[in-house]
Design a protein around this ligand. Structure first.
Ligand code: SF4
Ligand code: SF4
Length: 397
């Protein structure tokens, strides 16, 4: 009833040409707005990352501005440990935690299709079920195709990978899942982009802004603490470990993806079927990528276990750890598959690896992977906005 009255009031105001006030912020967004008002008066952390320069361009923090700024935050924790107003101070400023809570909400709110945004709420369970379903799918398929029961999978199959699962069957299974994941991520981030663009000057992307944001993404610039030596933790020591492990993970993932893409070209253009041997390009890319991904995710897991309890959003730990674990399993099962060639373990290793990859693809749009996509969009908008005249009359950033 109250919602109907509010709608009627807004409709009347619009008809009269009045400005309709934005609805008041609630929950995590209201908390970020409260804390940013304090930071805006303090500004001690101005040089740490992109969040604080973006904050100083604003006197107020409506919803879209908060979504934008929350996705600029890299959750390094440095501003918490630098803050004289952090708990137990009565101001209770904890920017990494407040930003993480809003980010988690934005992933779910902008998810496509919207109903699947709920998967973020039980993400640990979602990942576990996806992995179990992926493994079951390939084990059942292997038994169905070869018809000799599970135990018979422990044998040395003829014809390599495609002697176990025909190439066209794998393409038919993976291509729709991957295309759906790409579409879902693209449509989700498009909604985010449309919401935050008016809040970030509305100016279009330019080549210099794109180049700057790309550089910030590829180098993880905002995990360097603002001075290149890294972010600091509660012991005040600078560390680049978070940045290094993210780089190993990100570039490892990209190399594995490149290996699959090159292998597809080998298959269709050169007529050469997998598996490949060293020193072929797919093998080199996959081997280096797999090792890098395994090392990076092992490091991120270690950092996650040591993370200060006040940093980040505790409710998102299952999502963070589940994603790291699934990436680690994908990398190590790929490497084990390599080692299992010509042994009786090949079929089972192949089922394990394909099940992990399938679970990873299927959950990409509804888990931690989304943070890279939304943060890239926020960094692009930041690079555009900082090139516009300063709205508070302080000149360009
Ligand atoms: S996090 Fe604390 S120290 Fe940093 S700008 Fe905000 S109020 Fe100031
Ligand atoms: S947690 Fe790190 S990235 Fe996020 S606002 Fe604080 S200093 Fe910036």
């Amino acid at each position: 009833m109250q919602a109907l009255e509010a709608l009627t009031r807004d409709a009347r105001a619009l008809a009269n040409g009045d400005v309709v006030p934005a609805p008041p912020l609630t929950g995590a967004e209201a908390e970020v707005a409260r804390q940013l008002q304090i930071c805006n008066a303090c500004r001690y952390c101005e040089g740490f990352c992109a969040v604080f320069p973006a904050m100083t361009r604003r006197l107020e923090f409506p919803k879209a501005d908060i979504h934008f700024i929350a996705n600029l935050c890299h959750n390094c924790g440095a501003c918490l440990h630098a803050c004289q107003y952090a708990p137990p101070h009565e101001f209770a400023v904890n920017i990494p935690q407040a930003m993480a809570q809003v980010r988690g909400q934005t992933y779910a709110d902008y998810a496509w299709p919207p109903a699947l945004g709920a998967l973020y709420q039980r993400n640990g369970l979602t990942l576990s079920l996806a992995l179990a379903a992926g493994l079951a799918l390939f084990l059942v398929l292997a038994v169905a195709l070869h018809g000799q029961g599970l135990a018979a999978l422990w044998s040395t199959p003829q014809g390599g990978f495609y002697g176990i699962f025909p190439h066209n069957l794998l393409v038919g299974l993976f291509a729709p899942v991957f295309l759906f994941a790409t579409l879902a991520l693209a449509l989700g981030v498009r909604r985010f982009w449309r919401d935050v663009t008016p809040a970030t000057s509305g100016a279009p992307l330019s080549a210099p802004a794109t180049a700057e944001a790309t550089d910030a993404v590829l180098r993880l610039k905002y995990l360097d603490g603002g001075h290149g030596e890294g972010c600091h933790n509660e012991d005040d020591a600078y560390t680049l470990s978070r940045r290094r492990f993210h780089h190993l993970t990100f570039y490892g993932f990209m190399l594995c993806f490149a290996a699959t893409s090159v292998a597809t070209l080998y298959h269709y253009l050169l007529g050469q079927a997998a598996p490949y041997d060293l020193p072929s390009l797919p093998k080199l890319l996959g081997g280096v990528g797999g090792i890098s991904l395994a090392l990076g995710t092992a490091g991120l897991w270690w950092l996650n276990l040591r993370r200060h309890p006040a940093q980040g959003d505790a409710a998102q730990k299952p999502m963070d750890r589940g994603f790291i674990a699934l990436l680690f399993l994908t990398a190590t099962s790929g490497l084990l598959l390599w080692a299992a060639r010509g042994t009786p373990a090949l079929a089972l290793m192949l089922c394990l690896h394909l099940g992990a990859v399938m679970a990873l693809f299927a959950t990409l749009p509804y888990g931690k992977f989304a943070h890279g996509i939304f943060r890239t969009a926020a960094l692009l908008r930041h690079a555009v906005e900082k090139r516009q005249p300063h709205p508070i009359g302080l000149g360009a950033d």
